[in-house]
Design a protein around this ligand. Structure first.
Ligand code: FA5
Length: 344
């Protein structure tokens, strides 16, 4: 029995030595140390041994068992360490590899130009306000000195929702709303960008939905020369110090006097093209001194307060600045057009 146990030990240790994976090692453990394994079998037959032989063989069997178990544990630790090493080597990240570029979007040209105009006016002390696109007839027209039936309402063909509610045709209702909120208690200096809607026929410079930026400055002693100064600064900063502007007398029921401001066409350098309708000039905004009646309706005393207001079309400004020849490019979302204006 002694020889049998020693042979088993040799055989088991050899198998442990030969095992190359945790699975093979587990098979060896089950085969030699399991309940049905040969060492257990030897121990089971000990009953037939003499009293003297039993402790000797028992001790030897336990020793063999212990040694095989120890060899398995130590081999297991070796295999596990080797496997970990292999896994680490396989999963090593090469930090020197160049990264894959992530395609990024960018602001739409119209968004950029609106933000640029906002920044410019914020720099001149204006605050930025907002107003609703679905507006009441009162704020869109009546509070701006355009009572129902006034012929000047035809200047802005409107999309009515009910008799009293419409899609705003300009951002001027935000002047009326802002003044109404402040109720003549303090001066106001604000701009308001936003979408407006008109039943205009779409062409190179007209769209039925477009953007406007309204400006309003009401205080004591605001004069026409203040308006001219602000607009001149705006035009020079936006288009360059050498750009020409002209103010033409115009008519808006909510301003008196009223003007329209043109800038020399950058697309054709004043020679005449489809953008400027062969005139060499492109109209970008309407403006004027706030009509005393508008001030009065909003709660300002026109004897004490005066103000100027303007409303511009940022699409037309972007067209001029970047030489875009058709306003429809802003809305058709051709990525090839938009990409040209993404800043890195
Ligand atoms: C107005 O809408 C006045 N509310 C502007 C104003 C405000 C005057 C405050 C006085 C005081 P007008 O209809 O001219 O004015 O439009 C202003 C600007 O919006 C125009 O100069 C032009 O740049 C732009 N615009 C007008 N109609 C269109 C259109 N269909 N498509 C694109 N831009 C347009």
């Amino acid at each position: 029995m002694k020889d049998q146990l020693q042979a088993l030990e040799k055989e088991a240790l050899q198998k442990v030595e030969d095992a190359s994976s945790l699975k093979e090692l587990q098979d060896v453990r089950v085969a030699y140390l399991g309940k049905k394994g040969p060492i257990t079998e030897v121990l089971k037959g000990m009953g037939k041994l003499s009293k003297e032989e039993r402790p000797v063989i028992g001790e030897l069997a336990n020793k063999v068992r212990g040694q095989v178990a120890e060899a398995i544990d130590s081999k297991k630790a070796g295999i596990e360490a080797a496997e970990l090493e292999k896994q680490l080597a396989e999963e090593t990240i090469d930090v020197t590899l160049p990264g894959r570029p992530v395609p990024t979007g960018g602001p739409h040209l119209l968004t950029s130009i609106v933000e640029e105009i906002e920044d410019l006016f914020i720099g001149m002390g204006f605050e930025v306000r907002e107003g609703p696109e679905v507006e009441t007839d009162y704020y869109n027209f009546e509070a701006l000195n355009l009572p129902k039936g006034h012929p000047a309402r035809d200047m802005q063909d409107s999309f009515y929702i009910t008799d009293d509610i419409l899609l705003r045709t300009h951002t001027s209702p935000v002047q009326a709303r802002t003044m109404n909120m402040i109720k003549g208690e303090r001066p106001v200096k604000m701009i308001c960008p936003g979408k407006v809607y008109r039943r205009d026929t779409d062409d190179a410079t007209h769209s039925h939905q477009f953007t406007q930026i309204e400006g309003l400055y009401v205080d004591k002693h605001v004069r026409m020369s203040d308006l001219k100064g602000v607009l001149d600064r705006f035009a020079k900063q936006m288009f360059g110090e050498d750009r020409e502007i002209r103010l033409r007398p115009s008519f808006f029921p909510f301003t008196e006097p009223s003007v329209e401001m043109d800038i020399s066409c950058k697309v054709c350098n004043g020679k005449g093209c489809s953008v400027c309708k062969k005139t060499g000039w492109i109209e970008i905004l309407g403006a004027g001194m706030v009509h005393p009646r508008v001030l009065e309706m909003a709660g300002y005393d026109p004897k004490e307060y005066s103000g100027f207001a303007f409303g511009m079309g940022p699409e037309r400004i972007a067209m001029l600045k970047y030489g875009v020849d058709d306003i429809r490019h802003f809305y058709t979302n051709d990525i090839r057009f938009l990409k040209q204006y993404h800043q890195a």
